[in-house]
Design a protein around this ligand. Structure first.
Ligand SMILES: [Zn+2]
Length: 453
């Protein structure tokens, strides 16, 4: 049998093999029918893109010319009780020796092959979290080992297999599957408590915060009973979860208002795009609602007794309490107009947004390196960190929103909108939005207005 024939045969039963890999760690394969799977695990390990369309993928045989023992002889020499399949995740501080040890491999020949073979050496990149599967004999001889190398553009499946007294390495393209997940949740204490309860990954929760941050201040505005629906991508490989992807759509009921967002790629781009409401209006606004991602307003735009001078005066800004070192984001695209110290402001940064608007960020512990007069900054970019420099009684950000250099209450100002979708793009958006609206309906058939208790 040629390598090609073996490969084809094994790919045909890849799903069965996958089932054996999915079983719990250190599975001892004992049943009679498992014999077939065991052999196939062994063989398939030499080929292995375990994706449905795997046969379409380019497979690179790194070591091509091998004195292959007759497959029949190999099959005859194996018995069902002679194989163990195990899977381990790389831990920080792991060496090849500690990893092989946990996998139940006690095989100096295999270890030296992995260290010396140019292709197999990729296994020495012991990135914590990486999964490694191994098939071993009861006395710890390695029959095969495999892992997913997801560093490049196209993830690679690396498989090291024993063929008699020697080893071979095969590296092949693999396919990441994109699945769509739908979840909903209700705020009881905090956003993250709610997303945890709904089994939504933190990376997705952070995207929710970002996408609605021009409308909702997630620390000040959240109310018990607020609800949300979210549709997001998850990335899988060979039936195993790899990571979460982009939020495709979400809706959030905050107090009496409902905010909705649908992702649309820019034309011809796979990963550039933006969020729009269901009418095709961009969610991106000229200014973020808060320069801090999570914060608490301690003093608004009101008359107050100055904490240090003791005189009543207009507080010409908004104070956000936050620990020293909390990142401060530019609320809009602009150019740095001032960086330095200024009397009571302490370390202060001023960003000019066009000719009319500017924003000031005061009492900073430090600026982000490279921020100087004339530096361009974009909305959401971190420009400095919360501190307590200047006339300040504790760590907080003093934020000013200025119109023609006059500090104004940002909540009272109607700021310019970003342009809406039109023409062909609006058509394309409508079809994406219709699909997402349908998913929202599936998640909460009665709509978000009706609290479900
Ligand atoms: Zn202040």
């Amino acid at each position: 049998m040629s390598i090609r024939e073996i490969k084809d045969k094994l790919l045909a039963i890849a799903s069965v093999v996958r089932a054996t890999h999915r079983t719990s760690r250190k599975t001892r394969i004992i049943s009679a029918t498992a014999l077939g799977m065991t052999l196939l695990t062994f063989g398939a390990a030499g080929v292995a893109p375990l994706a449905p369309d795997a046969s379409d993928l380019p497979v690179t045989l790194v070591v091509e010319e091998l004195a292959l023992p007759d497959l029949a002889t190999q099959i005859a020499s194996l018995s069902p009780a002679q194989q163990f399949v195990s899977e381990e995740r790389v831990r920080s501080g792991d060496s090849l020796a500690t990893l092989l040890d946990r996998l139940g491999v006690n095989d100096a020949q295999a270890a030296s092959f992995i260290k010396s073979d140019p292709a197999a050496r990729a296994l020495l990149n012991l990135r914590p979290g990486r999964r490694v599967q191994a098939t071993v004999t009861p006395d710890g001889k390695l029959l095969s080992a495999s892992t997913l190398l997801a560093d490049g553009d196209v993830p690679q499946k690396l498989v090291i297999s024993r063929f008699g007294k020697t080893f071979a390495t095969v590296q092949s393209d693999t396919v990441l599957e994109h699945r769509t997940e739908m979840r909903s949740g209700e705020i009881r204490s905090s956003l993250f408590a709610a997303t945890d309860a709904a089994q939504i990954p933190d990376a997705v929760a952070m995207q929710l915060v970002d996408m609605f941050s021009t409308d909702i201040d997630f620390s000040a505005d959240l109310r018990r009973g607020d609800r949300f629906n979210v549709v997001y991508e998850s990335i899988w490989q060979g039936g195993e979860y790899v990571r979460s992807g982009r939020v495709l759509a979400a809706e959030f009921r905050n107090g009496g208002k409902i905010w909705q967002a649908v992702w649309l790629n820019h034309p011809g781009s796979a990963d550039q795009g933006g969020y729009y409401d269901l009418n095709g209006k961009s969610l991106k606004k000229a200014f973020l609602k808060s320069p801090l991602q999570f914060s608490r307003v301690t003093s608004g735009f009101t008359m107050r007794l100055h904490p240090i001078s003791g005189k009543w005066k207009q507080h010409k800004g908004i104070d956000f309490a936050a620990p020293v070192g909390t990142p401060i984001r530019a609320v809009g695209d602009g150019v740095i107009d001032f960086v330095g110290t200024q009397g009571g402001y302490g370390n202060v940064l001023v960003v000019q947004h066009g000719s009319v608007y500017s924003t000031a960020y005061a009492h900073l512990s430090r600026m982000v390196p490279g921020m100087r007069r004339g530096t361009r900054v974009s909305q959401g970019e971190v420009i400095g960190y919360v501190g307590t420099t200047g006339w300040s009684t504790g760590p907080h950000l003093h934020y000013e929103f200025r119109v023609n250099n006059d500090a104004r209450d940002p909540n009272s100002i109607v700021t310019p909108q970003v342009q809406a979708l039109a023409g062909v793009e609006l058509q394309r958006f409508r079809s994406v939005a219709a699909d997402m609206s349908h998913r929202f309906e599936l998640l909460s058939p009665a709509g978000l207005q009706v609290a479900s208790r």
